[in-house]
Design a protein around this ligand. Structure first.
Ligand code: C2E
Ligand code: CA
Ligand code: CA
Ligand code: CA
Length: 282
């Protein structure tokens, strides 16, 4: 196996992805991990903060896998595999259950008024019973639907539009919130804004990364994106904010909320709770 990245996560190279034996091992290990109740998985939570007063307004749940032999695995190493094999549906169920029970626990401890964001793969979105399943879980944890923010990607809104528009409408009618993740990385971003009743867009971190006083291209793109989103009444969240300079530029570009290492890395539940406590939660 190749080396570990700077953060200690296993890093994959394209050759390794096509390497049959590793792939087969990972596939059966992932299946086992799911069948054995999900103890090898863990959710980390990254705060989303308001640009005005740096108050935490919510968190995104991000999955990690503690592989018994390979160690800590970042989602990019196994989410694509889970999608190809269909295991993403069971994995998504695990994520939702764990995230909601943790979120409900925080609400009971007084951390109210927050939004919980979860990532949804196209395969999960394709299931006709998605709204019922989400609502059932929300109810089981006494979490109001408008506290759950479902993150989907643009490509989902581009293919098979009618069916997906219908699904988005059903979810919105159920009271859930919908965000478009990695916004701006596909080309037809504008037409679907007109047709889908979404709540927010997450400006992709690639734009934010290039954002500095010297790069007027990124500034123009983010400015254009936020003007459009604003005119549709959408909440704008910038992802991957790492520096104070980026934060200031983004505030000037009318971003409502931000997420990134400048505020916090994704944290294990206990550390995230400490973060909430220490960031003078109102
Ligand atoms: P994403 O949804 O776009 O999540 C944002 C990624 O950016 C996360 O990577 C996060 O750790 C990272 N990030 C946050 N702030 C910064 C920053 O300031 N700088 C930089 N360079 N990166 C930052 P992570 O956790 O490795 O997740 C990667 C992707 O895996 C996610 O991208 C998402 O597409 C997918 N994923 C993660 N958890 C789940 C899950 O539970 N279900 C599904 N379907 N996909 C998931
Ligand atoms: Ca996301
Ligand atoms: Ca993203
Ligand atoms: Ca992404």
């Amino acid at each position: 196996i190749k080396g570990r990245g700077k953060n200690g996560y296993l890093q994959f190279t394209p050759e390794m992805h096509s390497g049959h034996s590793l792939r087969i091992t990972l596939e059966s290990d992932l299946r086992l991990a799911l069948e054995s109740g999900g103890d090898q998985f863990e959710l980390h939570y990254q705060p989303q903060v308001s640009h005005r007063d740096a108050r935490t307004v919510g968190m995104e749940a991000l999955i990690r896998w503690h592989h018994p032999r390979l160690g800590l695995m970042a989602p990019d190493t196994f989410i694509p595999l889970a999608e190809e094999t269909g295991m993403i549906v069971a994995l998504g169920e695990w994520v939702l259950e764990r995230a909601l029970s943790q979120f409900a626990d925080w609400r009971e401890k007084g951390f109210t008024g927050l939004q919980l964001a979860v990532n949804l793969s196209p395969k999960e979105f394709d299931r006709a019973d998605l709204p019922e399943r989400l609502l059932r879980r929300l109810e089981a944890h006494a979490v109001p639907p408008d506290a759950l923010d479902v993150e989907i990607t643009e490509n989902l809104l581009m293919k098979d539009a009618e069916k997906n528009i219908d699904m988005v409408k059903q979810l919105r009618n159920s009271g859930l919130r919908i965000s478009i993740d990695d916004f701006g990385t596909r080309y037809s971003s504008l037409n679907y804004l007109r047709r889908f009743p979404i709540n927010s867009i997450k400006i992709d971190q690639s734009f934010v990364r290039d954002l500095n006083a010297g790069n007027s291209n990124s500034t123009s793109i983010i400015h254009a994106i936020s003007c459009i989103a604003r005119s549709f009444g959408l909440r704008i969240l910038a992802e991957g904010v790492e520096t104070e300079a980026q934060r200031q530029l983004l505030s000037g570009l009318a971003c409502d909320d931000m997420q990134g290492y400048l505020f916090s890395q994704p944290l294990p539940a206990a550390e995230f709770e400490a973060f909430l406590t220490s960031s003078a939660f109102p």
